[in-house]
Design a protein around this ligand. Structure first.
Ligand code: GMT
Length: 373
C-alpha cells in the first residue's frame, strides 16, 4: 500500500503513534509518506520505504494567522498525485482530518480513502471548544474510516459529537524489545540516584491537563518517608511554574528536569514508579511505555487509563486530585520488595497485550477493509 501519514512532528502521543506505525508499515513493505510541518522526532532513522514531505506554511503580511490547514491540504494533494497514494491516515482530527478531506475532494478521487485516528485532546479539549465543534463533527463523519485509541474515547466521541457511524478501537502499541533491560543504551541509574535512592518519574508536555504539580506534591510526601529522586521529562507551558514549585518545596536537589527525550525507554528503564495524575487521558501511551519497561504506574483513574493500567496489579488508580492516596500507594509499594517485584513483572506482562505484533495486523486489516469500501 502507499500511505500518506499526516501527523504532528512534536513530542506527544499522537506523533509517536503515527511515527511508530509508519516505521513498522515500512518494515512490512508498504510505502509511507509522512506529511507534517517538520520531521517527526522519532523518524530520524533512515528507511528506504519512508518518505518525508514538509509542509511550507505561507507567510504574507495580510495573514495574521497563516492558514496551515490550507498549506497542508495543498501538500497532501501534491504528494498524493506524485506518488499515487491509496490512503491518507490523519492522526488527530484538528486540522489533519479536515485537510485530508479537502485534498480528497480537490483530487476528486474515489480510489483515495481517508482514515482519521482520534487521539484524545482533539475530542476532549479542542473538540469541546464550540468554535471547532461543527468542523470536527463533519470531518469525523466524512472520513472513510475512523479509529479511536480507547473504548473510552470512542464513547466520548459518539456522545459529545452525536456521531452515528462506526468507530473502530485500535489500541496504541509498544515494541516489547524496547523495554528489555538487556538492550543497549540502558540508562545509568546511578547517575540520577547515586546513593541507591528510589526513582519516581513523570513525562508529559507540561500542560495543565497533566497536573504536574500533583506529581511534585506526591513526590514531596514520598520523600518524607524514604530517599528518592524525581525525574521530570518533557517541556511545556507549565515548566516554569513547576520549577518554582520545586524551589518553594525545597526539592531542588532531588528533582531533575531532563527536558525532551526522544527515546523515553532509555530513561524509564532506570525508574521504579511512573506518576500519571492527569485530569484527562484518552489512553496514556506513556503509562504503557513505562509498564513495558517494568515500571508500575500510579495515577488518576481517568479516561482510557483503566483500559491500560490494571489497578492493584500493574499500579494504582485513584480519583483525579487524590494525591494522598497516590502518595500512600507509592510508599507502600516501594516499601515491600516482594510486592514491588510482582508489580514489575505484572506490568511487563500486561504491556505484552499491546505488543506491536498483536496490534499491527489490526491496522493492516483495517486499511484493507477501508480500501475496499
Ligand atoms: O497528551 C497530550 O496532550 C498529547 C496528545 C497527543 O495527541 O499527542 O496525547 C493524546 O494521544 C496519546 C496517543 O494516542 C494518548 O496516549 C494520550 O492519552 C492523549 N492525551 C490526552 O488524552 C490528554
Amino acid at each position: 500500500m502507499k500511505i500518506g501519514m499526516i501527523c504532528y512532528p512534536t513530542h506527544g502521543g499522537s506523533g509517536v503513534v503515527a511515527s511508530e506505525l509508519g516505521l513498522e508499515l515500512a518494515r512490512r513493505g508498504h510505502d509511507v509518506h509522512f506529511i507534517s510541518y517538520a520531521v517527526p522526532f522519532r523518524l530520524r532513522e533512515y528507511h528506504p520505504n519512508i518518505f518525508l514531505h514538509e509542509v511550507d506554511v505561507a507567510s504574507y503580511p495580510l495573514f495574521k494567522y497563516p492558514p496551515y490547514d490550507l498549506s497542508l491540504a495543498t501538500k497532501i494533494v501534491d504528494v498524493t498525485q506524485e506518488y499515487d497514494l491509496d490512503l491518507l491516515h490523519a492522526h488527530y482530527a484538528v486540522p489533519h482530518a479536515t485537510s485530508a478531506y479537502l485534498a480528497k475532494h480537490i483530487l476528486n478521487s474515489k480510489k483515495l480513502k481517508v482514515i482519521t485516528t482520534l487521539h484524545g485532546t482533539d475530542i476532549t479539549l479542542v473538540g469541546a471548544d464550540k468554535s471547532f465543534f461543527s468542523v470536527i463533527k463533519f470531518s469525523i463523519e466524512q472520513s472513510d474510516g475512523v479509529t479511536a485509541v480507547s473504548n473510552y474515547l470512542k464513547q466520548r466521541t459518539i456522545e459529545e459529537f452525536q456521531i452515528n457511524r462506526d468507530i473502530k478501537v485500535i489500541y496504541n502499541f509498544i515494541d516489547p524489545s524496547k523495554g528489555d533491560h538487556s538492550t543497549p543504551g540502558v540508562c545509568k541509574r546511578e547517575k540520577y540516584a547515586p546513593a541507591g535512592e528510589r526513582v519516581l518519574i513523570h513525562a508529559s508536555n507540561f500542560r495543565p491537563v497533566k497536573r504536574v504539580s500533583d506529581v511534585v506534591r506526591i513526590f514531596a510526601k514520598v520523600r518524607e518517608q524514604m530517599h528518592c529522586k524525581l525525574l521530570l521529562v518533557g517541556e511545556g507551558p507549565e515548566r516554569l511554574f513547576i520549577q518554582q514549585l520545586v524551589k518553594e518545596l525545597k526539592l531542588r536537589e532531588d528533582v531533575l528536569f531532563l527536558g525532551e527525550v526522544d527515546y523515553i525507554e532509555e530513561v524509564l528503564r532506570c525508574a521504579d514508579i511512573f506518576l500519571l495524575p492527569s485530569e484527562q487521558e484518552s489512553f496514556g501511551l506513556v503509562a504503557l511505555e513505562a509498564m513495558n519497561c517494568g515500571v508500575p504506574v500510579i495515577g488518576a483513574r481517568t479516561g482510557g487509563v483503566p483500559e491500560v493500567v490494571v489497578h492493584g496489579e500493574t499500579g494504582f488508580l485513584f480519583p483525579v486530585g487524590e494525591i494522598n492516596a497516590m502518595t500512600q500507594a507509592a510508599i507502600e509499594l516501594l516499601s515491600d520488595n516482594a510486592r514491588f517485584r510482582r508489580f514489575v513483572a505484572a506490568s511487563r506482562q500486561r504491556a505484552r497485550r499491546f505488543a506491536m505484533e498483536k496490534i499491527m495486523p489490526e491496522w493492516e486489516s483495517y486499511y484493507r477493509e477501508v480500501l475496499e469500501r
